[in-house]
Write a new protein. Structure first.
Lengths: 282, 312, 322
């Protein structure tokens, strides 16, 4: 029953301390990304001529130091966090919408339409993702929007497969129920049975997609093909840091640590959700 | 079906994938708004028209595609739009040996480190060694290559001064060490986890207990009964591992200044050099397909059930 | 001295809820004797066999004494290792699960012999071929180079039996060897086992919940319930008149031709206790039709050392049992 599923899941999740800690950290990071820059003294493109490339805790107000152009590192990192999170969430949302729609439709239609639709997914899946994303950025130009399109173009594939599998399985069950309950019960069936059963894997996989998108986006931004200066993304901040690491390692350390923490937490949270909502699927 | 026919059938199956990749890359690059010469300083229209004619860009798309494929079959990837003195083929040829060298070395290193680590962790299950290996493995998987690379360069190249941070002299192993290790680490981590999980699962199988019940000593049970089955998923993983290594090589070649294909690809992407990007992507894709094929073949060879079914 | 002497064997499993699967079991098997251990699932009978041969899961611990030919098998350092595949052979329930899928049948059988006796590979393969013929596997030589998945279930069970007998053990453990097979194949395998025991002079300790197997194979029967032995008797006496109420229930529940068509199957009321429960009195008391107040207070002991024994305060009398 749907109510019981959520209650069990919640209980399981509460016992998974790693997932809870990750959720807390993510909440903090999210809050910092949204509200942090307002609360801090410096703007992300503001150059502090007096304090160029200073280490953390040394200069007033620059808690985590500055980069070689004198820009406050904490603020820039938070901005980078903002951008990376925004793209990740947006791309995941796109993948979700397309993936769920595609998969549900294929599972519902069955037969040849289903076979055709999933063949399309298989073909796209066999393409080397990173390289085609690069081609797409060459085609559509660099920048957040084109990045979104490029990443979203591949992100929906696994979601579609999962949803289609679930839809097929559910359809078997639902026919029997529908036959028994009659036409009037269909909406309730959809609400009580189909949605909760779909929602579980969708939530799990969406949570696990986010860190993957973050990694792809930062990978591209690192290489200079993604987010462009002066806009900050965790990826190009790490690239900046890498070029300065001999003399100013904190410029690398701060965004790198933030990125790794972000990815870790999303992965642990996703694992925890998967244990809670789909325990057999380890 | 003989082995030869099996291989042939797999090869034929790979061709459509390759064809799609070529077609798709081509279409996408031709779809781009604007042409490859947009970013030049203002060109007088006649010169631009001449340039475009010279590169065959004034022909209809289908014709262009036909000429491109014909060129591919001859091994000609077309001219680079940005590196005017070089053809794409030349750029690929100069970079391929380097990329192949570090890629293959990274895969071999990953296998040599990751699989034994996973076995060790499985046998030491629950104890300190197991937890150590697994924690390191999680770190290796979660930390992206472009964070590992600068970190390793910092520690080993700059602070400790053990290894060179950039530059490439063909044959100098020291130049290869950092890039190869960096590339290998995520794969080592994943292989360790995979091998450990797979071995633990195999050790729970009833036929392992039965083998011990027949009086076989533990090391024979491990070597002849458990490991061959446990290593099958590792073989399957070679395909995705190759994809990971190839993608990672883009970062590694950039950071360590290696004259491989990856660096050219990144340059090409930054310069919007269509033919270069297209050509590189096709080569990378071919490498991946080839290795996936190899993994498939090795898997089929190792698993007698598949092998026998082919024979019957 | 008996070939196999089990004394006060106890098997515990560690975990979130510790479980005692076998509780102070005494049992003896003589040379060439065939003993059947009977009980429901969860009674601990399989764990008994596994404990004797040192094959318990990692979180299992065996205490007590199991002596085979005078040598102690319980203790640290895997003392049972000397006896596995040599003195004691083991046939498991799921034959498909007993054979390694990626190794040829001949290799699997031969390597056991090589490991045990250090014979040459050729000798071992020849022995394997003879063993396959002995277990009535047609076309033995060809089978040697085949893989397990190329054989049917019944054939695989024969191979498993053959593999267990490679070293001509004195005692064969069989854990429900016929349960996973078709009924017709079951009969064949049981006949085969009886024959082999006779021809090789082997003792047999067979675990089963199938009374038919008991009737056709066993010399002596031990009944296990919730980790304890509750009755031992010779086969004829047992089948004619069980003394423990549980044994009576087991025998009674077997449908016979004498039953009327459509008659309800007889069962033992209730369910076996969950593993790990502790009892002040008799374990079977909640389900026993003969229980009285004394049964909840006192745990009836099994009179040790006698050929026929029963652990019950109010056992059935032989002549009255149904």
């Amino acid at each position: 029953m749907s109510g019981g599923l959520w209650r069990d899941a919640l209980r399981q999740l509460k016992s998974d301390r790693l997932a809870l800690v990750s959720l807390a950290i993510l909440a903090v990071l999210g809050g910092a990304a949204v509200a942090g820059p307002w609360l801090l003294d410096f703007r992300e493109d503001e150059i502090d001529w007096a304090h160029m490339a200073v280490p953390p805790f040394v200069a007033d107000g620059h808690w985590l130091g500055t980069d070689r152009l004198g820009r406050d590192l904490l603020v820039r990192t938070l901005f980078g966090l903002r951008v990376s999170l925004a793209i990740a969430l947006a791309a995941t949302l796109i993948s979700l919408v397309i993936g769920v729609g595609w998969g549900a439709l294929a599972g519902y239609l069955r037969g040849r339409a289903d076979a055709l639709m999933m063949r399309f997914v298989d073909v796209l899946y066999s393409l080397p993702q990173v390289f085609f994303v690069i081609i797409l950025t060459v085609v559509f130009g660099r920048g957040p929007l084109s990045l979104l399109v490029a990443i979203g173009a591949f992100g929906w594939l696994t979601m579609a497969r999962i949803v289609r599998g679930q839809a097929l399985a559910l359809r078997e069950r639902e026919f029997v129920e529908a036959a028994v309950v009659g036409g009037a019960g269909t909406l309730r069936i959809v609400g009580r049975h189909i949605v909760p059963n779909l929602l579980g894997p969708v939530i799990v996989y969406a949570t696990l997609t986010v860190p993957q998108v973050i990694l792809v986006e930062s990978f591209l931004s690192f290489l200079g093909i993604g987010i462009q200066e002066p806009l900050a993304s965790l990826g190009n901040l790490v690239a900046d840091g890498a070029s300065e690491m001999e003399t100013a390692p904190w410029i690398l350390a701060v965004p790198a640590a933030c990125l790794v923490l972000l990815v870790f937490c999303f992965n642990f949270l996703g694992d925890g959700l998967r244990d809670a909502l789909d325990p057999r699927d380890r | 079906m003989s082995t030869f026919a099996f291989i042939a059938r797999r090869l034929l199956g790979a061709i459509p994938t390759l064809a799609i990749i070529v077609a798709l890359s081509f279409l996408l690059t031709r779809l781009a708004p604007g042409g490859p010469f947009d970013e030049e300083q203002a060109l007088p229209p006649e010169i631009r028209a001449n340039l475009e004619a010279a590169y065959g860009l004034d022909q209809p798309v289908a014709v262009q595609f036909g000429r491109y494929v014909a060129g591919l079959l001859r091994g000609d990837f077309g001219p680079s739009f940005k590196f005017r003195d070089f053809t794409v083929t030349e750029l690929i040829a100069s970079g391929l040996p380097v990329s192949l060298a570090i890629g293959i070395a990274a895969l071999l290193l990953a296998l040599a480190l990751g699989v034994p680590a996973g076995i060790w962790a499985a046998l030491a299950r629950g104890r300190a060694a197991d937890r150590l290996v697994m924690t390191l493995a999680v770190a290796g998987i979660s930390v992206p290559v472009f964070v590992i690379a600068p970190l390793l360069a910092l520690v080993f190249g700059i602070w400790l001064r053990w290894l060179p941070v950039a530059g490439w002299e063909p044959g100098r192993l020291r130049d290869m060490l950092l890039p190869v290790v960096t590339l290998a680490l995520p794969v080592v981590a994943y292989l360790a986890r995979l091998t450990r999980g797979s071995l633990l699962e195999v050790l729970r199988a009833p036929w392992i207990r039965a083998a011990r019940a027949r009086g076989l000593p533990q090391r024979i049970v491990l070597a002849r009964h458990a490991l061959p089955a446990a290593l099958l998923p590792v073989v399957s993983f070679l395909g995705p591992a190759t994809a990971s290594v190839l993608a990672g090589s883009l970062v590694v070649e950039t950071i360590f200044g290696l004259p491989g294909m990856g660096r050219h690809l990144v340059q090409g992407a930054l310069n919007r050099d269509y033919t270069l990007v297209m050509g590189m992507v096709i080569v990378y894709a071919t490498l991946m397909i080839a290795l996936n094929l190899l993994a498939d073949l090795v898997y089929a060879w190792l698993d007698p059930r598949i092998r026998r079914e082919r024979r019957l | 001295m008996a070939l196999l002497e089990i004394q006060a064997l106890t098997v515990d499993f560690a975990g979130k809820r510790p479980v005692r699967a076998v509780d102070h079991v005494d049992l003896a098997v003589d040379r060439r004797e065939r003993v059947a251990i009977v009980g429901e699932s969860g009674s601990g009978k399989s764990q008994l066999l596994l404990a004797c041969t040192g094959l318990l899961a990692a979180n299992g611990r065996a205490q007590g004494s199991v002596r085979f030919g005078g040598a102690e098998l319980i203790g640290g350092g895997d003392p049972a290792g000397a006896v596995r595949g040599r003195g004691i052979g083991f046939v498991f329930q799921d034959a498909s699960g007993s054979l390694t899928p990626h190794r040829r049948i001949g290799d699997q059988m031969a390597e056991a012999a090589v490991a045990a006796h250090d014979t040459s590979w050729q000798t071992a393969m020849a022995t394997a071929e003879r063993m396959l013929e002995r277990v009535r596997l047609p076309d033995a030589r060809r089978r040697l180079s085949q893989y397990p998945h190329e054989l049917s279930g019944g054939m695989r069970q024969r191979v498993a039996i053959g593999a267990a007998l490679m070293s001509q053990p004195e005692l064969l453990f069989a854990d429900e060897p016929t349960t996973a097979l078709d009924v017709t194949v079951q009969a064949e395998i049981m006949t085969l086992l009886a024959e082999l025991c006779r021809d090789l002079g082997m003792a047999l300790l067979i675990v089963t919940h199938d009374m038919g197997v008991v009737a056709s194979l066993a010399d002596r029967i031990a009944v296990m319930y919730a980790g304890r032995i509750v009755e031992t008797a010779d086969a004829a006496g047992f089948l004619g008149g069980p003394r423990h109420p549980y044994s009576a229930g087991l025998l009674d529940s077997v449908p016979t031709l004498a039953d009327a068509d459509g008659a309800e199957l007889r069962t033992i009321a209730g369910t076996p206790p969950a593993s790990g429960m502790v009892f002040p009195g008799c374990r079977f008391e909640p389900r026993c039709p003969r229980r009285e107040a004394r049964c909840t207070r006192e745990d009836p002991p099994l009179a040790a050392g006698t050929a026929s024994a029963v652990a019950c305060h109010f056992p059935l009398r032989r002549e009255n049992a149904t």
